[in-house]
Write a protein that binds this ligand. Structure first.
Ligand code: GLA
Length: 396
């Protein structure tokens, strides 16, 4: 091979570039899926949804160890607003529910080392049924003013819903709010909530919307059937999630009483292996120890929050058994094996099905039993109906 002086110069230049790049500070790690709380699944618009409740939730984040486990956002949902905008056109808090105002609530939450999230809709009013022929005001056509109000209240997160959208194209509506939020200069996490109607996985995670997450499904309810439906719709969308931009199969129901603990463990495992947002949907002031233990499973949370930011891929969906594999930053793999059916099932998973070399030597950690063993990467287990087993497999 003849090496010309020109090609030598090019090589030297690219080497210099490599050295430079290595010397420069590393790019910031992508944001992992958001973790926190939202009141909707536990209260809907009932009167108990008020500032006293939300302050109590912030207190519980600390006393129950949720902040230490990574939960950060305390978010409030529909029905926080007053029926009308003020005379100045600005949104205002419902004076019965939030007499101290939204800014004071945000301050209380920030004093706990937490972040505060609010809700609106990319429509003329929000989703709650109209009362006295009036809905809660939505953001459509008011994006700039509303974003400025949110920033002035020290809001860190906006869930932006899809009701009463007047058939204005979704991309237009969500772009308008995304741009308005950015133009405030305050970092506000943008959570798109249009229920998967306009295939948001194709556009919501990219500029100009650039949302941190987008709902892929209709509303979850506190039943195994609902959880299963949302799981199935979301699990096949893995290739559209990118680090910092995640599919959102809706908030958690863990602790609300409509599923068994086995089912709630599946719910939490499946959401984590899918790198879904982990937004607690139960009233933490009255949560039972079993549900809290699920939400505090640090081994499972670490899978959801893994810095690689990749959604797990379903490698098997047969006979009611789902196997999902998620690559992790340290080179290990998380595996969830879920028995959808109503009968117990013995399951075997080979190393190659997980994407591992056959005959290797691995450490296998059971993320619910919190036990560890050496193995060749094959998994064998007996699963109860609706149960999920979850593992972390590493070769070091
Ligand atoms: C929609 C959303 C829910 C919730 C309600 C509030 O249904 O999908 O998550 O925010 O609106 O009205």
């Amino acid at each position: 091979m003849i090496i010309s002086p020109a090609s030598l110069r090019r090589t030297a230049a690219s080497l210099a570039f490599v050295v430079c790049a290595a010397g420069a500070s590393a790019a910031p790690a992508p944001t992992p899926p958001q973790m926190g709380f939202n009141n909707w699944n536990s209260t809907h618009c009932r009167d108990e949804f008020n500032e006293q409740m939300i302050r109590g939730i912030a207190d519980k984040f600390i006393s129950l160890g949720l902040r230490d486990a990574g939960y950060r956002y305390v978010n409030i949902d529909d029905c926080w607003a007053n029926w009308q905008r003020g005379k100045d056109g600005k949104l205002q808090a419902n004076p019965k529910r939030f007499p101290s105002g939204i800014k004071a609530l945000a301050q209380y939450i920030h004093q706990h080392g937490l972040k505060f999230g609010l809700y609106s809709s990319a429509g003329t009013s929000t989703c709650e049924p109209l009362q006295e022929n009036r809905g809660f005001p939505g953001g459509l056509g008011h994006e700039k003013a509303d974003a400025a109000t949110f920033a002035s209240w020290d809001v860190d997160y906006l869930k932006y819903d899809n009701c009463n959208n007047q058939k204005v194209p979704a991309l237009k509506r969500y772009t308008a709010m995304a741009e308005a939020l950015r133009s405030t200069g305050r970092p506000i996490f943008f959570s798109v909530c249009e229920w998967g109607e306009n295939k948001p996985w194709l556009w919501a995670g990219k500029p100009p919307v650039d949302a941190g997450s987008w709902r892929t499904t209709g509303d979850i309810s506190d039943s195994y059937a609902s959880m299963l439906k949302n799981f199935k719709q979301n699990v096949v969308l893995d290739r559209y999630a990118t680090p910092g931009h995640y599919n959102d199969p809706d908030m958690l129901e863990v602790g609300n009483g409509g599923m068994t603990d086995v089912e709630y463990r599946s719910h939490f495992s499946l959401w984590s292996i899918m790198a879904a947002p982990l937004l607690i949907g139960t009233d933490l002031r009255t949560i039972k120890p079993d549900a809290l233990e699920i939400l505090l499973n640090k081994d499972v949370i670490a899978v959801d929050q893994d810095p690689l930011g990749v959604q797990g891929k379903q490698v098997r969906d047969a006979d009611g058994i789902h196997v999902i594999v998620k690559p992790l930053k340290d080179g290990s793999r998380a595996v969830a094996v879920f028995n959808e059916g109503d009968a117990p099932h013995d399951v075997a998973v080979s190393a190659t099905e997980i994407g591992l070399k056959a005959g290797g030597n691995y450490t296998v950690r059971d993320l619910w039993a919190h036990t560890q063993a050496n193995g060749d990467g094959t998994l064998k287990m007996s699963l109860q109906p609706h149960a999920t087993a979850m593992y972390r497999i590493s070769n070091h």
